[in-house]
Design a binder for this molecule. Sequence first.
Ligand code: AP5
Length: 194
Amino acid sequence: MRLLMVAPPGAGKGTQAARLASHYGMAHLSSGELLREEVAAGSEIGRDVAAYLERGDLVPDEVVIEILTKPVLDAVEHGGYVLDGFPRTLRQAEEAHRVAKQVEGIELQAVVHLAVGHDEVRRRLLARARREGRSDDTGTTIAHRLEVFDAQTRPLLAYYAGRGLVVDIDGEQPVEKVFADIVDALDSLRAGRR
Ligand code: AP5
């Protein structure tokens, strides 16, 4: 299976992607995690992107495309992928689509959109800040990340809807119920395509 999660910060992309990866036997590729690993390792890329992550701005498209391309191609050989956080701009989506058209069997099969309102994601992220202290989970940065999502990532939903790929899920329910709804929707989609 080859999936993409599109949802605002704190909507549950990482939580659900991890479960879906284990359920369907595919790789969970989180662009945010890969970028945070680069920062923690103090690599050249990490030094270049640290300030973007701290501010809640998107890092340049070229950087994420460079980091993600090989893991995506590797995952295709081993059960597929669930992409958590990439593509996140129209330019990234168009570039990913251009590459995918050249290699058989790597194109996205579904885009899972978790619908969660701003008040709920703010509540979740502030609770996570108290537990884990992620540096971009502050009130001001959360507000900025939500603005960035609405301006730069939300347009992806119309782009992928135009390709018939979007599955809308109510992400404000308990984790288990969100997961069950996603699996139901994906299994129906697969059955319909057989
Ligand atoms: P990234 O790591 O992708 O952060 P994000 O999109 O802000 O997402 P989060 O990890 O905060 O939330 P999530 O939706 O995964 O929710 P989660 O499951 O964790 O990106 C970080 C930064 O990296 C970006 O700001 C940018 O700078 C850069 N970046 C990344 N990708 C990029 C790209 N492609 N291009 C350019 N820049 C890029 O859940 C959140 C909390 O809610 C958790 O505590 C969880 O336990 C809880 N929770 C989850 N589900 C539920 C539920 N159903 N009910 C109650 N609580 C729940």
